[in-house]
Write a protein that binds this ligand. Structure first.
Ligand code: 9UX
Length: 72
């Protein structure tokens, strides 16, 4: 069953950053949905835990030059 991960994404300064992060997340194998909000810096990602985990998602965001941490 899919899981929802909530992340705080730092370093986004314009709407294009948001689209960039969403695009990166949606391309990851196992991710079925990704939305990121600039104002709150919160991202919500639906993923298949058999294919990808929260750490992989954080690393993908960081590889793109942004900060990311899990929100409990
Ligand atoms: Mo906007 Mo973001 O000009 O990496 S795309 S700041």
């Amino acid at each position: 069953a899919p899981m929802i991960g909530k992340f705080r994404v730092g370093g986004m300064t314009c709407a294009a950053c948001v689209h960039s992060v969403e695009g990166i997340l949606r391309k990851l194998k196992g991710v079925s949905r990704a939305v990121v909000a600039l104002a709150t810096e919160l991202g919500e990602v639906e993923f298949d835990p058999k294919q990808i985990n929260q750490k992989n998602i954080i690393e993908a965001i960081e590889d793109a030059g942004f900060d990311a941490e899990l929100v409990e």
